[in-house]
Design a protein. Structure first.
Length: 277
């Protein structure tokens, strides 16, 4: 009888574990430039070969089983996390959701007419929780880093990324330190401090701040302090905006931060569409 109860308890525990999974199809990490393959569950922020961002790779064949048009039509909440199969966080316990991705497409009829477009909309990313698309990336980056054991996150920023890191770290209950050039906008500095993160101001450029962030992480175990760049994954989600219901004929992106992740997101979504027929 006792053995039976124990067996039932193990089954219930296993079922709870399965229900808690996000369905992520993450398979491995890959150096964005080097192409070197790394273990998916390693706590790594940058490619050790060239210190460039790592890209997460997914089992698209498995993802296609649950990301069809019919399935996606039933997913109405958690806008960014609707695409959990193509995000690296494996357990629902580490999803940090503050409303990121719940941004509307604003019709821009007059601007569209001036540009010769019949149906133009502008994605209002300023309505994300921390005022920019960086909230998307940090929601994923912080959640995944904490899932892998990080206790203190460090990032260099000249503006919006720092505030997003601070906010999502606070929501996750871990420490954060943001290193900014001394001439970074005052409102971004205040945002970092208001959410409880540490702020270091450095006379120099953002590249100098990045070097200092790396140096600070190198002085302690990466299990405790982590300089991450996995925010690429969350920003990729914006690259598929509207594709699940209203595929646009063209995307127009301004040059600057997030351009490469947007492009990667569009490429991944196109690959899914092609293989789904």
């Amino acid at each position: 009888m006792e053995g039976g109860r124990g067996h039932s308890a193990r089954i219930r525990s296993t079922l709870r574990l399965k229900r808690a999974e996000t369905g992520s199809t993450l398979s491995h990490l890959e150096g964005g430039l080097s192409g070197r393959r790394y273990e998916a569950d390693a706590l790594m922020g940058l490619d050790p070969i060239d210190q460039r961002p790592l890209l997460a790779r997914y089992d698209l064949a498995r993802a296609r089983q649950t990301i069809g048009c019919e399935q996606m039509a039933t997913r109405r909440s958690g806008r960014l996390w609707r695409w959990a199969e193509l995000l690296p966080v494996r357990s629902q316990a580490f999803i940090i959701y503050l409303g990121e991705g719940e941004t509307p497409l604003q019709p821009a009829r007059h601007l569209g007419s001036w540009l010769g477009l019949t149906n133009m909309s502008v994605k209002r990313e300023s309505l994300n929780p921390t005022g920019s698309f960086k909230a998307r990336g940090m929601a994923v980056a912080v959640g995944r880093a904490v899932e892998l054991g990080a206790k203190h996150l460090v990032a260099a920023s000249a503006g919006n990324a720092g505030g997003a890191l601070a906010a999502y770290s606070a929501a996750a209950g871990v420490r954060a330190t943001v290193i900014m050039p001394a001439d970074a906008p005052a409102q971004n500095q205040v945002e970092v401090l208001a959410t409880g993160a540490g702020l270091l101001l450095l006379e120099g450029l953002i590249s100098d701040s990045a070097r200092l962030a790396t140096a600070r992480c190198d002085r302690v175990s990466h299990r405790r302090r982590h300089r991450h760049r996995r925010d690429v994954e969350g920003v990729r989600g914006a690259g598929g905006v509207g594709h699940d219901r209203h595929p646009p004929s063209a995307h127009v992106l301004g040059p600057g931060g997030g351009l490469c992740p947007h492009r990667a997101g569009l490429q991944r979504r196109r690959s899914l569409r092609e293989t789904m027929g």
